[in-house]
Write a protein that binds this ligand. Structure first.
Ligand SMILES: *Cc1c(COP(=O)(O)O)cnc(C)c1O
Length: 501
């Protein structure tokens, strides 16, 4: 299987090249030129295997240059029990309220307590092997723009990985205190972290620009280095995310929750950069029985409008919310979806992306809009509704959820109220541990804001709710803060070069 580029469908690269490079030279993204399709029998076989085996099987269908044994080793290392606590890296829990049929897929049992670990524990294995396969012996410089969780997860995945260096940019005032703390403590010899004076979109735009800046690239080449990406623009980041959708379905099959073979499920995803929900779209295209993909946004609701009207318009206020990992107005992975929905019409996609770049807006044609509306249902909610949902989930179901997950739960409620669909089993994706956002969760549950520090709030929340605090959060306490550098958004390229000595 080869990969093609969303802005130039005649360009073809191997899987290893797509992962090593991260993004195409013209700024487009790599997508598989075809997809494997699984039958009901395949799903049955998968349902009998472990998460690691499921991951190895699905990855091997996308990565022809890798052997099955090699991918099994990668999966074993990525999802080892030292990394992910509990029986499964991606457990499914039932939350029954009245006659609805809701399951929560918890993706935050990894080392940084957010779903990014599911992919970023795997990516370094895929990337270092891809570099070997492409015969590239330059040092890979992983440039990351983060809205909060990717940064720490990438630092954790890549620290002290030979042949790599990692550089993370995060918005100075756009992440939670706990997220900031996670990134600022120094672990690993090959890592650097820098705040930027701007928001996530500024960080992401800056990083994308550096990737394609010929001067910076030439300078790196001189130093024996090359750029790669750990953001979801990298195919190696998206691919491991497809696995947990299959895994959730297989768990439902195995535990006898499905009424009949091939029964369809809804999947609700709290969305920012459109990576996680795009992985669910791929799963659906690969034969996973999915009814609706439900896209949940916070007050930065550019996707809600887009999926309803076909107009993508980022010319609107940027809101800083209590679900900061979704504070995004330019969702990179939409480009991949549009490529697939237009049957690979890269000229049309490139045109929309150019318009987005020039005017901040584009509008898709009626046929594409019809496809979007058929696949997706979209909703959004503000901070107040998010907090109300956290409180209700705790009071009614004794389940403590983080603000991102609460946005998804809330939008699922909107969906059931609007469509009347209570009968389709629904998987709500839970993307972070509530303790990563202890101040807002505590306020939502107790109705009060306490003035003490973050760790005291974690303890208070735990005492109040009885929900266990993940070890990675506990062990952050007392670690020395090392990275306090910040730069203007215009200075990102210089900062990169000065950090890479
Ligand atoms: C990154 C992140 C999201 C958004 O995921 P996308 O793939 O960017 O859409 C949602 N919740 C949390 C906690 C995250 O870290």
């Amino acid at each position: 299987m080869k990969y093609c580029c969303t802005r130039n469908s005649s360009e073809r690269v191997t899987a290893a090249q797509a992962i090593a490079q991260g993004i195409s030279a013209d700024g487009g993204l790599f997508v598989p030129e075809s997809l494997p399709v699984y039958t009901y029998d395949d799903l049955t076989a998968l349902s009998l295997s472990s998460y690691t085996e499921r991951a190895a099987k699905i990855l091997s269908d996308f990565l022809p240059e890798f052997t099955a044994e090699e991918l099994f080793e990668c999966a074993q290392a990525a999802y080892a029990s030292e990394k992910f606590s509990g029986d499964s890296p991606a457990p499914l829990t039932l939350q029954q309220n009245g006659n609805r049929n809701m399951y929560v897929l918890e993706l935050w049992h990894g080392p940084t307590c957010a779903f990014k670990d599911m992919a970023l524990q795997m990516l370094p294995h895929l990337l270092t092997r891809s570099l070997q396969k492409t015969g590239d012996n330059r040092t890979a410089v992983i440039l990351v723009a983060t809205s909060g969780d990717t940064g720490k997860a990438a630092l954790e995945g890549f620290r002290d990985v030979p042949g790599t260096k990692i550089l993370v940019f995060y918005p100075e005032n756009g992440v939670s205190e706990m997220q900031k703390r996670q990134m600022q403590v120094k672990e690993g010899q090959n890592v650097s972290v820098c705040a930027i004076q701007g928001n996530f979109d500024d960080a992401q735009t800056g990083v994308k620009r550096i990737f394609t800046d010929p001067t910076v690239k030439a300078e790196l080449q001189k130093r024996g280095m090359m750029f790669s990406s750990a953001n979801s623009i990298n195919w190696g980041r998206l691919l491991p995310q497809i696995v947990y959708y299959f895994s959730a379905y297989c768990d439902l099959m195995r535990t006898g929750e499905m009424d009949h073979p091939g029964e369809k499920i809804n999947i609700v995803v709290p969305t920012g950069n459109f990576g996680n929900i795009l992985a669910a779209f791929y799963a659906k295209q690969m034969g996973l029985p999915v009814n609706r993909l439900i896209c949940a946004s916070n007050e930065n609701n550019v996707l809600t409008d887009f999926l309803r009207t076909g107009v993508y318009d980022r010319n609107r206020p940027f809101h800083t919310t209590i679900s900061p990992s979704m504070d995004i107005l330019v969702s990179s992975n939409l480009e991949r979806l549009l490529f697939h929905l237009t049957d690979g019409d890269s000229a049309r996609v490139a045109g929309w992306m150019k318009s987005l770049n020039d005017t901040g807006r584009y509008e898709v044609d009626g046929e594409t809009l019809a496809k979007l509306r058929d696949l997706f249902w979209a909703g959004c909610c503000n901070d107040q509704a998010t907090k109300k949902t956290i409180r209700e989930m705790f009071q009614v179901e004794n389940y403590l959820c983080d603000p991102h997950t609460a946005v998804a739960v809330h939008v699922y409620q909107q969906y059931t109220e609007t469509t009347g669909d209570l009968s389709t089993p629904t998987v709500v994706v839970s993307t972070a541990s509530p303790y990563k956002f202890a101040p807002s969760v505590l306020e939502a549950v107790s109705g009060q804001v306490s003035a003490c520090d973050d760790f005291a709030r974690v303890e208070e929340l735990s005492a109040l709710t009885g929900a266990p605090v993940p070890q990675p959060i506990l062990s952050l306490r007392g670690k020395p803060v090392r990275f306090t550098q910040s730069c203007a958004k215009e200075q990102m390229a210089q900062t990169v070069l000065s950090l890479l000595v």
